[in-house]
Design a protein around this ligand. Structure first.
Ligand code: PLZ
Length: 446
C-alpha cells in the first residue's frame, strides 16, 4: 500500500500495481461525480495519498512520475522538508490573524525577500494575495491608480486567471471564458511574438504589437501592458529574443507600466530566478504565485516602491492575503531554492529534457517545434512540415503516458502542446525513465 507521508523519503520509483486509474481511485471518482461540480475537471484521476521528490503515490499504491508539479507549483518538490518544517511550526503557533488587523513577521519577511529576488535593484515593495488571478487583478488596480489611466494591454495566447478581469485578459475561450461573460472592459489584445508561427524577429514582433496598442488604444490611455515572459497555458510560447526588451522600452518611454506575469515562469523554473532575468528585463510590477510557496496558496505583486505606494491606505488587501502558514511555506520554499541552488538544477534539467526532445523531433515529424527554458519545456505537435495543430495526437500521447504512470500536461491555444514542468527535486534517473515512456508514447500512437 501507499506510504502515509510524502516528501523526499518516498521511494523514488515508477511502480504500477493496478491499471490507471485503479479500482480505489475509480470508486472515489464516483464520489467525486456525486459531490463535486462537473465544471471542476481532472487531468489524471488518481487520488493522491502522498507525494515527494519526483513521484505521486495514489490510493491504489501506484507510484507515478510527476512531470507537472501541480501546474508549476511544487517546484521545490512536494512536501519539501523546509516547507513542512516551517508550516508545522507556524500552525502550532497561530494560523491566522488577518494581516490587515494585527500583523506578523512572516508577511514582512516574504515581501523583503521578494524585493531581493525579483528583477532590478531599485526600491521595491510588495502586497500579498491568495491566488495568481488575485495578484494580476491587484497589479492592474495599482497600475490604474499609479498612472490615472484605464486601459490594459495583453497578448494573444495569454493566460492570467479565471476571475472576471483576468478572464477578460485571458485569450482562450474554451474552457476558461465560454459562457462566463460579460467581461471587464478596457482590456486590449496585441499579437504575441510566436517564432514558430510568425517567423518574426523579436524587434519585428514588438513593432507589430506596439503598433496595435498605439493605434487601437493609444499609449496615453494605457495603464499597463501585462505579459507572461514565457507563456504558460497559452503553449509555452517563448518570445523571440529582443521582443520583451523592446516592448518594455516602448512602455517606459510612454509612461505605460510594464507588468510581468511570472506566476508560472517565476522562482527558478526557467533556470533563472525569473524568466525576465534571461534578457535583463526589469518590469515595473511583477506578479508571482505557484512555485513561490511550495504548494500553499500565496501570491504577490512586487514593484517599484513609488508605484506600490500610490494606492490609498486600505485600498489593497483581503482576509487571507499573506496568510501566516502560506508565508512560512514560502520562506521554506525559497530556502530550499537557495540551499539546493535550484536555479542551476532547473538549467541542468533543461539540458536533459532538451536532449530527449531533440531525439523525439528527429524520429517523429509530428514534433513541429521544441521550445522552453530550463524546467519549462514543451513540444508543439503539428501535421508534418506545417503549423497545422495536431491536438488529437497530443491528447493520445498524454493519455498513453498517464496509463503508464507518468503525469503529463498539455496546453496551447489549439491544445496541441505537450508540456513538461517537473519538480526540480526529481532525479535524473526518474526523468530519463519518464522520457523513455514519452518516447514509447510517440511510437505507440504513430
Ligand atoms: N497567470 C501565468 O499560469 C495559472 C491555471 C490552471 P491562479 N495557471 C494555471 C487552470 O486551469 O486554472 C496562472 C498562470 C499565469 C495567472 C495564473 C492564475 O493563477 O493561482 O490559478 O489564480
Amino acid at each position: 500500500m501507499s506510504a502515509a507521508t510524502g516528501g523526499p523519503a518516498l521511494p523514488q520509483e515508477r511502480r504500477l500495481v493496478t491499471e490507471i486509474p485503479g479500482p480505489a481511485s475509480q470508486a472515489r471518482l464516483e464520489q467525486k461525480k456525486a459531490h463535486v461540480a462537473d465544471g471542476v475537471g481532472t487531468v489524471l484521476p488518481v487520488f493522491v495519498t502522498a507525494a515527494g521528490g519526483g513521484v505521486l503515490v495514489d490510493v491504489d499504491g501506484n507510484s507515478l512520475i510527476d512531470l507537472g508539479s501541480g501546474i508549476a507549483v511544487t517546484t521545490v518538490g512536494n512536501a519539501a522538508p523546509e516547507v513542512t518544517r516551517r508550516v508545522h511550526e507556524q500552525v502550532d503557533a497561530f494560523t491566522h490573524t488577518c494581516f490587515m488587523v494585527t500583523p506578523y513577521d512572516g508577511y514582512v519577511e516574504v515581501c523583503a525577500t521578494l524585493a531581493e529576488l525579483t528583477p532590478g535593484d531599485h526600491a521595491k515593495k510588495s502586497a500579498l494575495f491568495n491566488s495568481g488571478a488575485e495578484a494580476v487583478e491587484n497589479a492592474v488596480k495599482i497600475a490604474r491608480v499609479a498612472t490615472g489611466r484605464d486601459a490594459v494591454g495583453v497578448f494573444d495566447h495569454g493566460y492570467h486567471g479565471r476571475t472576471n478581469l483576468t478572464m477578460a485578459m485571458t485569450s482562450k475561450n474554451m474552457p476558461y471564458k465560454h459562457g462566463f461573460g460579460p467581461f471587464a472592459g478596457e482590456v486590449y489584445r496585441a499579437p504575441m511574438s510566436y517564432p514558430f508561427r510568425d517567423g518574426l524577429s523579436g524587434a519585428e514582433a514588438a513593432a507589430r504589437a506596439v503598433d496595435v496598442l498605439d493605434k487601437q488604444v493609444g499609449a496615453d490611455n494605457l495603464a499597463c501592458v501585462v505579459v507572461e515572459p514565457i507563456q504558460g497555458e497559452g503553449g509555452f510560447v517563448v518570445p523571440a529574443d529582443g521582443f520583451l526588451p523592446a516592448v518594455a522600452e516602448w512602455c517606459r518611454e510612454r509612461g505605460v507600466l510594464f507588468v510581468a506575469d511570472e506566476i508560472q515562469s517565476g522562482f527558478c523554473r526557467t533556470g533563472d530566478w525569473f524568466a525576465c532575468d534571461h534578457e535583463g528585463v526589469v518590469p515595473d510590477l511583477v506578479t508571482t504565485a505557484k512555485g513561490m510557496a511550495g504548494g500553499l496558496p500565496l501570491a504577490g505583486v512586487t514593484g517599484r516602491a513609488d508605484l506600490m505606494d500610490s494606492v490609498h491606505v486600505g485600498g489593497l488587501g483581503g482576509t487571507y492575503g499573506g496568510n501566516p502558514v502560506a508565508c512560512a511555506a514560502a520562506l521554506g520554499a525559497i530556502e530550499e531554492m537557495r540551499t539546493h541552488d535550484l536555479v542551476s538544477r532547473a538549467a541542468a534539467i533543461g539540458d536533459l529534457i532538451g536532449r530527449r526532445l531533440a531525439e523525439l523531433r528527429e524520429r517523429h515529424p509530428v514534433v513541429g517545434d521544441v521550445r522552453g527554458r530550463g524546467a519549462m519545456q514543451a513540444i508543439e505537435l503539428t501535421a508534418p512540415g506545417t503549423i497545422e495543430p495536431d491536438a488529437a495526437r497530443a491528447a493520445a500521447v498524454s493519455a498513453y503516458c498517464h496509463r503508464q504512470g507518468v503525469v503529463t500536461l498539455t496546453c496551447g491555444t489549439w491544445g496541441n502542446v505537450f508540456r513538461f514542468l517537473p519538480p526540480l527535486a526529481i532525479s535524473d534517473a526518474l526523468l530519463e525513465e519518464a522520457f523513455d515512456v514519452v518516447a514509447e508514447a510517440f511510437d505507440a500512437t504513430a
